[in-house]
Design a protein around this ligand. Sequence first.
Ligand code: ZN
Length: 168
Amino acid sequence: MEEKGIISRITESVSSAGGAIKNAVGVAREMQSMVTDYQVKEKTTELLDKLLDVQQQQFGLSDLLNSSKEKIIQLEDEKKQYENWESESEYYELFQPMPGTIVYRIKPSDEPNHIAIYLCASCYQKRKKSIIQFSAMATVAGRAVVMKCHDCNALYQFPIHVLKGENQ
Ligand SMILES: [Zn+2]
């Protein structure tokens, strides 16, 4: 993928630029220790200082490039999750088990092992798949229950007959 190419190119150029500057600093240090002429020594010291300054700036650039690299990886990840969600959401549909309760459910199927799964509508809007679970009996005792999303704490009333798989 193109992004993978960019990431390895960033890694390579960060390390080769770092290496080149380190070598230049090394040569300047050697020269500084070798020369005896005062004026040349002074200029060599100046050169070394400037190279160390370049090296310092290069460290800053490396940090910046490394953060960009992490950001690219993170965005790639989000993109993948987004695409996964697009294909996964095809299995779900809006469902109203009783007036006032709207959730998403896995599309009914004839498979014998089909499990009715209900998803929290508000988490669903945030592209999050959160299965709602039984929480308590509702006040209309014996006829409805309260289902809860354990992710966002949303509550949903459900008629018992729907949970039992009747009249879906
Ligand atoms: Zn939720």
